[in-house]
Design a protein around this ligand. Structure first.
Ligand SMILES: Nc1ncnc2c1ncn2[C@@H]1O[C@H](COP(=O)(O)OP(=O)(O)OP(=O)(O)O)[C@@H](O)[C@H]1O
Length: 393
């Protein structure tokens, strides 16, 4: 069995990157990134392991083309979603794609994964990769707090200020008209997801984000993700209902209004804005279901519990018509010549769980990516590059 050292892999990656540096790239030159960070120069003599099985993620297909693509990585808590998402983002950036990695998980770990401070709820450049890589950690806790205090201010202007601060001024006007600030004074479950969705809408509309050709989402554990996916439908339906109600009220009161000379235009204006908000929600829903630009990658580990949950997630995603093609089984124990009884038992256990996938009606049709358990914590760009080369082939 070939034993790879993390250090030798690191040197190989940097040699490759240096070659890359001389290639023409479509990456814009608005930010320059050092190829070698202090961290990557450090000689890390960490022994790692060989990949357990040859796995093909079809990275060539994922990386090809300059049309924007979205990758959403999701699964059970702690299986390695962030590590896989961050390593994919690094790999895209190293292959010339200006990339954005977004965390919609309320318990963010992007900063930990990249070993850089990426907090703040704004675009933060990640140091290390060849092409621009930015990270965005949406902070739902903070946003919820801000939202609560903002919505208590008079006349909804606080909400507008808050939404402006989030770069959502356009939406704020519409929300103001709807007085949703008051409704959201006590935030309903799903506000985190709503904020994440608003950001997605922002991606679609803001020029600032046009530069990114790959957008990788590190999503929250399964339950949150499913709510996130169904929320645009829910909002679309609710807005539809509000619109119908408004029309009914409008026609019932128009006679009275014309008698008293009230502005009928305002009513129409609000309806138009609502219609626009609804259109945006439809855009988001379409984005999640667009097989040409979006893919949901399920991340799991080889345990019966995790695989059962992945099967349920896969089934829900398919029901929602979300494109799902790949399944990463992370943290697979590599083969070894040692006679460690614990490892032997664990390997048998993992094999049993892996066999489940083959007979699972939901998972068996997905492209299986087997990712090895490595003997070092995946932290920092060089480590993510190392993991990325094992996972994304
Ligand atoms: N293939 C691997 N080999 C070794 N360690 C790994 C591997 N994948 C992930 N880890 C480690 O497992 C831990 C959890 O990983 P990660 O944060 O990526 O999971 P997560 O699914 O995003 O977790 P959460 O749901 O809590 O956000 C981290 O310490 C990470 O370094």
């Amino acid at each position: 069995m070939a034993i790879l050292t993390y250090h030798s892999q690191l040197l190989k990656s940097h040699a490759l990157l240096s070659l890359f540096k001389n290639q023409p790239s479509f990456a814009p030159a608005f930010v320059s990134f050092p190829i070698l960070t202090k961290q990557s120069r450090k000689c890390l003599q960490v022994r790692s392991v060989a990949a357990p099985a040859e796995a093909t993620a079809g990275f060539d297909e994922m990386v090809s083309g300059t049309q924007r693509k979205y990758y959403m990585l999701g699964g059970k808590g702690g299986v390695g979603k962030t590590s896989c998402a961050a390593s994919l983002a690094v790999k895209f950036a190293n292959n010339g794609h200006p990339t954005l990695v977004v965390s919609t998980d309320p318990a963010h770990s992007l900063s930990d994964s990249f070993a850089q401070d990426l907090t703040g709820g704004t675009l933060v450049p990640v140091e290390g990769p060849y092409s621009p890589l930015f990270a965005l950690e949406i902070n739902p806790e903070k946003a919820r707090e801000e939202f609560r205090s903002a919505s208590q201010k008079n006349g909804g202007s606080g909400v507008k200020d808050f939404m402006d601060g989030m770069g959502l001024g356009m939406l704020a006007e519409q929300l103001g008209e709807l007085k949703l600030g008051e409704l959201l004074d006590t935030p309903p479950p799903g506000l985190d997801e709503a904020i994440a969705i608003s950001k997605v809408i922002q991606f679609l509309e803001s020029e600032e984000y046009n530069v990114f050709t790959r957008i990788v989402f590190d999503t929250a554990p399964t339950g949150h993700t499913l709510r996130l996916l169904s929320l645009p439908d829910f909002l679309d339906a609710s807005i539809g209902k509000i619109l119908k109600l408004r029309q009914k009220i409008a026609s019932a009161t128009s006679a009275i209004k014309s008698v008293f000379g009230q502005e009928e235009n305002r009513q129409e204006d609000a309806s138009t804005k609502l219609e626009r908000l609804r259109e945006r929600m439809i855009k988001v829903r379409e984005l999640f279901r667009d097989t040409n630009s979006t893919e949901f990658v399920i991340v799991t580990i080889p345990t019966v519990m995790a695989i059962s949950e992945s099967s349920r997630l896969c089934s829900s995603l398919k029901k929602e018509d979300v494109p799902v093609k790949r399944l990463i089984v992370n943290q697979i124990l590599p083969p070894s010549a040692s006679d460690c009884k614990f490892c032997e038992m664990k390997r048998k256990d993992q094999k049993r769980a892996l066999n489940m996938i083959q007979s699972d009606p939901e998972l068996s049709s997905l492209t299986l990516i087997e990712a090895p358990l490595v003997d070092v914590e995946i932290r920092g760009v060089p480590a993510l590059q190392f993991l990325g080369d094992k996972v994304w082939k």
